[in-house]
Design a protein around this ligand. Sequence first.
Ligand code: 5GP
Length: 194
Amino acid sequence: MKTLKDKIVQEGKVLSDIVLKVDSFLNHQIDPQLMKEIGEEFAARFKNAGITKILTIESSGIAPAVMTGLILDVPVVFARKRKSVTLSDDLYTASVYSYTKKETNDIAVSIDYIDSDDTVLIIDDFLANGQALLGLLNIVKQAGASTAGAGIVIEKGFQPGGDLIRENGTRVESLAIVSSLKHGKVDFLEEAVE
Ligand code: 5GP
């Protein structure tokens, strides 16, 4: 998605060979116009997938997820992050290890908000090692629902998450795939179709 890639080049800050900071439009301040375009793009890519619900994770997945939900006209659920969640009959839970933050969070979704007859589209801001996405996929599985795929705003293609999840058989649609952050520069994987 060209507007997203341009924004990353203009405003993204390369913090190291593996970490990209995009606080000016996604992770702290939010650019609503860009989020709207992102929502339109995800909605277009998944329009024939029979989506009934969108699932994301707080907090940075919420903005692109809501825009997508608005266009597909389906509810948006966000998994809540906690240091630890006590097992409960009312919640689906999963443990998510963040290599970036070097900490484990439990994520939880109320059983009230995903049903076994839902077809779920998962949305998240970044895909790196894939742990957050695996946790969300696990929650959809616990609910007995099906997953149509995952929409990712920025995938870091040089980290293993994308391959891991695709090899699992899950459709992953990333709007920008970063191939390298070396030498303080953002390079993108060129997609065949824009
Ligand atoms: P994963 O579980 O795929 O390793 O990482 C997913 C989560 O880590 C994302 O939802 C995001 O919050 C965070 N993350 C991973 N890499 C980056 C990065 O380079 N920049 C930012 N801003 N967040 C990242």
